[in-house]
Design a protein around this ligand. Structure first.
Ligand code: CP
Length: 336
């Protein structure tokens, strides 16, 4: 029995912990197909509509790559300006039309709730690739998959989350997923005053009844006892007033010296990317590139098996992947 057959993935709130576990289990099986050791054509003939109405590099390309690596075809939009939304078409009409063309829809949109609106308009599964300041559930799934791959289930661990916690949807999904999958996490929320974790996310943590703790900080020094640090960007595009963003940028930064002097020696450092590398921000310094503590590129690589697993489950082909499997027949480098 596949509990995700035909389902939408809109929010971590409506995803069961057992659903996330099914995605992780299949992601592991799919890794050889994601990491270019084996090929499957299990979704040959299927079409993904990858509707992106906001900028994206990782999510749009990895959704498309994941679908292609299952043998399916992808049709993309990139930005609102190339679609008929600019002629006044409603999102609902756009969704209904595309639902007639594609077998599954992924959507990113600047408005919170937009992915649900698309899902309500169509019969095919819809996967949220980020809706405003709401959620980014597939990012959270690949983040937590990356944590488990390195340190196992993070029950009882101290997880420090630093940056723009108010507007960063990846954080909202990440905290919700951790709090429903595990026991006794010590959450340390580190943000400048004014950008702290929204009340509804804090309530989600409390509603699990799983004895998590939450403490609130505004200095990066609070990472000192963390087993895992998750740093995120100040979300410039969410501020109505550019001057307000300028007040926050560069307030929380991590570089090699910070980790060496403050953090546990074996800490795991995550970032969802993009990192803001402009000098005035430079939240995550390039001097940590290649440092074994930094798991950021493990996260981006894991976007492929996790998103392949999601497509295979919602389209209910997980048990057929082997039928068309064969080794790759092109040159694959040892290191991507
Ligand atoms: N992490 C993430 O959502 O990146 P993109 O905005 O590039 O998709």
């Amino acid at each position: 029995m596949n509990p995700l057959e035909g389902k939408d993935i809109i929010s971590i709130e409506t995803l069961a912990a057992s659903d996330a576990r099914a995605i992780f289990d299949l992601s592991k099986v799919i890794e050889p197909f994601a990491f270019r050791q084996r090929v499957t054509r299990v979704l040959e003939g299927a079409v993904l509509a990858n509707l992106f109405f906001e900028p994206s590099t990782r999510t749009r390309i990895s959704f498309g790559t994941a679908f292609n690596r299952l043998g399916g075809s992808v049709r993309d939009t990139s930005g609102v300006e190339t679609t008929s939304l600019v002629k006044g078409e409603s999102l609902r009409d756009t969704a209904r039309v595309v639902g007639g063309y594609a077998d599954v829809i992924t959507v990113r949109h600047p408005q919170t709730g937009a992915a649900k609106e698309v899902a309500d308009a169509v019969g095919v599964p819809v996967i949220n690739g980020g809706d405003g300041i709401g959620e980014h559930p597939t990012q959270a799934l690949l983040d937590v998959y990356t944590i488990e791959a390195r340190i196992g289930e993070p029950n009882g661990k101290t997880i420090a989350i630093a940056g723009d916690l108010k507007f960063a949807r990846v954080i909202h999904s990440f905290v919700r997923l951790l709090s429903k999958m595990y026991e006794g996490i010590n959450f340390k929320f580190i943000a400048p005053n004014g950008l702290q974790m929204p009340a509804n996310v804090q309530e989600s943590v409390g509603s699990t009844g799983r004895k998590h703790t939450m403490t609130f900080h505004n200095s990066i020094d609070a990472i000192s006892d963390a087993d895992v640090i998750y740093l995120t960007r100040m979300q410039e595009e969410r501020f109505d007033d550019p001057a307000e963003f300028q007040r926050y940028r560069g307030k929380l930064r991590i570089d090699r010296k910070t980790l060496d002097s403050i953090a546990k020696p074996d800490v795991m450092l995550l970032h969802p990317m993009p990192r803001d590398s402009r000098e005035a921000s430079n939240e995550l310094d390039h001097d940590l590139d290649g440092d074994p503590r930094l798991a950021m590129f493990n996260q981006t690589d894991n976007g492929i098996p996790v998103r392949m697993a999601i497509f295979a489950l919602v389209l209910d082909v997980a048990d057929q992947i082997e039928k068309t499997a064969h080794p790759v027949n092109w040159h694959v480098p040892d290191k991507f």
